[in-house]
Design a protein around this ligand. Structure first.
Ligand code: COA
Length: 332
């Protein structure tokens, strides 16, 4: 059987920097509260005249292809993770495909929120292992800023989410690459972190209101405390599952790239695993939580900083809406 190697990483974030101070001028919060509870200093928000999920994905993809020494023409299939596609449907994988001039190749949409990139990576890995494709583009891209509830009611989500895109090029190899991926979900908690509208199971008049009087259903709703408690348990479980499956231990991890949900969550996981700072990569301070884009943006930056070297063991782990959680162990 073939293995899949990550041979190029890229990312793109919008230009506009939104500081905690800016947020505290529009909602009831403070720089101190945000830093203490989340570790976030600033995040990026899109300019709707400039950025789309599809074109940010394309910019990240071009960087990943260039770093891989490939061109668009080498891509045979796209797996695109996003819960904030430019249109309700179709997903933005096809928009990115159009931007990249790749009309004709398949584009699969993955809607698994913060775990989306690892689900997408796992999907691409299966296509490569079976021999169906040789080169697959895996992208996570999100625009969360335009769905945030910028009132006191929504302040627990308004302060944590940001926009951006990340991409990875996966290619067939006869050397070890992705060692294993582990995907989980528990729909019991679907409504603990979700956006309800425009949901299909809503009455006709609520799905297609002539006039929207109450926009609550279109905003992100999150039971932050419950999400936090589940996240720290599932992060540990799914990392240990991956290590056990590969007969490896936490000492073998060269770099842990956790989904950037909250710095306190990453620090908890780091402490439990007993990893030195040099073996964990966080950039939530600068970008907030960019959902499916967070892991590929972090990997791309870690690679550019020289933090990922040949033969390193990379561990990815994520938790988010669904609830879903996932991990991947990668030999670089
Ligand atoms: N600024 C100021 N106060 C805020 C606030 C904000 N942005 N958001 C919430 N608060 C207030 C609450 O209203 C509450 O006040 P009260 O005690 O008077 O009722 C108090 O702070 C504590 O709220 P709580 O929600 O318990 O805070 P927390 O310590 O759990 O931190 C989160 C909130 C969102 C930072 C935290 O729950 C979290 O990060 N959860 C995980 C989120 C996550 O990872 N989501 C994505 C999954 S991928």
């Amino acid at each position: 059987m073939y293995s899949s190697k990550l041979i190029g990483l890229g990312h793109h974030v919008p230009d506009t920097v939104i500081t905690n101070q800016y947020l505290s001028n529009i909602i009831d919060t403070s720089n101190e509260w945000i830093i203490e509870r989340t570790g976030i200093n600033e995040r990026r928000w899109i300019d709707p005249k400039v950025d789309t999920v599809g074109n940010m994905g394309a910019k990240a993809a071009r960087m990943a292809l260039e770093r891989a020494g490939l061109t668009e023409k080498d891509v045979e299939f796209i797996v695109f993770a996003s819960i904030t596609s430019d249109y309700y449907f179709p997903g933005s994988g096809v928009i990115m495909q159009r931007e990249l001039g790749l009309g004709g190749i398949g584009a699969l949409e993955v809607k698994n929120a913060c775990s989306g990139f690892i689900y997408a990576l796992s999907t691409a890995d299966q296509f490569i292992k079976t021999g169906m494709y040789k080169t697959v583009l895996v992208v996570g891209a999100e625009i969360q800023s335009t769905a945030l509830d910028l009132t006191t009611r929504g302040r627990n989500t308004a302060v944590i989410f940001g926009d951006g895109a990340g991409a990875a090029v996966l290619q067939r190899s006869d050397k070890p690459g992705i060692l294993s991926t582990h995907l989980h979900a528990d729909g019991t908690f679907a409504e603990e972190l979700y956006v309800r509208d425009p949901g299909s199971s809503r009455p006709h008049a609520e799905r297609q209101p002539e006039q929207i009087l109450d926009t609550t259903g279109f905003k992100v709703v999150m039971n932050g405390n419950l999400v936090f408690k589940h996240a720290i348990v599932r992060f540990m479980e799914v990392i240990n599952e991956a290590l056990t499956k590969n007969n490896l231990t936490k000492e073998d991890i060269n770099l842990l790239v956790p989904h950037q949900a909250n710095l306190r969550i990453s620090q908890y996981v780091q402490e439990k695993l007993g990893l030195a700072d040099s073996r964990v990569f966080n950039n939530i301070m600068r970008y907030g939580n960019t959902t499916a884009a967070s892991i590929p943006i972090a990997m791309s930056e870690a690679w550019a900083e020289g933090r990922i070297k040949e033969n390193d063991l990379l561990c990815l782990a994520a938790f988010g809406s669904g609830f879903t959680w996932a991990s991947a162990l990668i030999r670089w």
